[in-house]
Design a protein around this ligand. Structure first.
Ligand code: GAR
Length: 193
């Protein structure tokens, strides 16, 4: 099976969705490690409770972003990782790291890209009076939230929605499409020579 690491910064609900999906015997990928840039990320304990290797690396402890990312790559290589999934990893990655994992690193973003790149997507969709909103799994490229989409899901924006109610509706779809998108990518990689 294709070996996958997940990068997180916090709660890790998308990480949990990937871990659960990968338990199916016919799933083409296994989650071999979870890396957080915050030691206090609740997702780390969840991953450990599933017997998955975990590590945390604070960027502030490194002299530069490049050094931080070199160590992350070393860690991922030590886990023999084929695919990297960003799941609420709230740091912008540098060009060297992104290039190292080009075509092998995907992200989940809480909007219908190319709409609402960056932060506060639900607030911005509501402020615009959007009628539909959603989420996107996409390849990671050096431009923030700009890589090719793999899968998207739409949800309606309902009267009276708040950022919280809207984000909860989107999150259900995130948990559905992220495992699907990883299945697609892992199946493709498994066929590659
Ligand atoms: C998710 O909604 C994810 O789409 C978003 O952060 C949340 C993480 O939740 N990611 C971004 O905004 C990336 N720019 P989780 O830790 O429970 O998966």
């Amino acid at each position: 099976r294709i070996r996958v690491a997940i990068l997180i910064s916090g709660r890790g609900s998308n990480m949990s969705a990937l871990i659960e999906a990968a338990k199916a015997p016919d799933y083409p990928a296994e989650i071999v490690g979870v890396l957080s840039n915050r030691a206090a990320a609740p997702g780390l304990e969840i991953a450990a409770s599933h017997g998955i290797a975990t590590a945390s690396l604070a960027q502030s402890r490194f002299p530069s972003r490049d050094m931080f990312e070199d160590i992350m790559t070393q860690m991922l290589e030590s886990w023999d990782v084929d695919i990297v999934c960003l799941a609420g990893f709230m740091r912008i990655l540098g060009e060297d790291f992104v290039t190292r994992w080009a075509g092998k690193m995907i992200n989940i973003h809480p909007s219908l890209l190319p709409l609402y790149k960056g932060l506060h997507t639900h607030e911005r969709a509501l402020a615009d009076g959007a009628k539909v909103h959603g989420c996107t799994v996409h390849f990671v490229t050096p431009g923030l939230d700009e890589g090719a989409p793999i899968l998207q899901a739409e949800v309606p924006v309902l009267p009276g929605d708040t950022p919280e109610s809207l984000s909860a509706r989107v999150l259900i779809e995130e948990h559905r499409i992220y495992p699907e998108a990883l299945r697609t990518l892992a199946s493709t990689q498994a066929l590659a020579p």
